[in-house]
Design a protein around this ligand. Structure first.
Ligand SMILES: O=C(O)CCC(=O)C(=O)O
Ligand SMILES: [Fe+2]
Length: 280
């Protein structure tokens, strides 16, 4: 092997993962935010009745759309991925009633977590709020049903490139130098697969350039990841995951009972030592 090849092998960063059954704690979320741990998987983190109702509200949602940005899936809500701030915040405002409709007359578990985290951070002198601009504000989450049909239903990627390259008109681009945390609620899962796979590698800008994914962080090739160890969250409906989105992650292929896999996803991170922003 030449020196050149050695220098391009992905650097291994150890994963620190907590997995348990119960309710998620704000302390664990803050540990991910601060980069102290890589991820938390909470089994049965919210009620199956609420999970079923959210799933029905997604399937029957008047704002349900097909993604047309090269990532196969259906969604309700807005994604900042590959969009300038004007477009993203306008789409967020337009989608807001449809995101509300996911929760209809339920007590919204995502809002519950946001409010609890906001109280906890407030006690530490830190503000938590939705990202915003003169064109509107972000939604609390987006609903996504991945439908890639190969080894992965969502290809391996990182969530930082899209933030790093968001542009100066986004207040959230300041978060890219800190941990970009991703929060996932899983209201519905297919019978088999659909696991969240997390690789022991946190790509740098140079790594992304070498892989041709500098601005998107998506998708990393099987060859690049071949020698990188990984862990998998074996997800069930009602589970919650919080991960450091800087580590490469993806969703394994799924099959089974015809049930669709649904995730409610949000991103958040420190824009300043006294400000955490939240967006989708
Ligand atoms: O669906 C999942 O489990 C992961 C979602 C994800 O990684 C993303 O939306 O960036
Ligand atoms: Fe992601």
């Amino acid at each position: 092997m030449t020196t050149n090849q050695v220098s391009q092998a992905p650097a291994i960063s150890p994963l620190a993962i907590r997995e348990r059954t119960g309710s998620i704690s704000t302390a664990e979320i803050i540990s991910v935010l601060k980069g102290e741990i890589t991820g938390v998987h909470i089994k049965q983190g919210f009620s199956s009745e609420v999970a079923e109702e959210i799933t029905a509200n997604f399937v029957g949602n008047a704002g349900l759309k097909e993604r047309k940005d090269g990532v196969p899936g259906q969604y309700v809500g807005a994604s900042h991925y590959r969009k300038d701030a004007v477009t993203y915040f306008a789409e967020s405002e337009n989608a807001s009633p449809f995101v509300d409709a996911l929760f209809h007359n339920l007590v919204d578990p995502v809002r519950g977590l946001f409010d609890a985290l906001k109280r906890e951070l407030h006690d530490q002198g830190i503000d938590l709020r939705l990202a915003r601009s003169e064109h509107g504000k972000a939604n609390i989450c987006r609903g996504l049903s991945w439908c890639g049909s190969g080894t992965y239903s969502l290809e391996p990627h990182d969530d930082v490139a899209q933030v790093l390259c968001a542009g100066n008109d986004y207040e959230l681009s300041a978060v890219a130098k800190n941990t970009v945390a991703a929060l996932n609620f899983y209201p519905s899962m297919a019978a088999e697969g659909g696991n969240l796979r997390l690789w022991s590698h946190k790509p740098t800008v140079a790594d992304r350039k070498s892989q041709g994914v500098e601005t998107t962080g998506y998708p990393y090739s099987p060859a690049y990841l071949a020698a990188v160890p990984y862990r998998e969250f074996r997800l069930k409906a009602g589970d919650i995951a919080v991960i450091d989105g800087g580590f490469i992650h993806g969703v394994t292929g799924q099959s089974g009972n015809g049930k669709r896999r649904l995730v409610l996803n949000s991103f958040f991170g420190f824009a300043r030592p006294d400000l955490v922003l939240w967006w989708t």
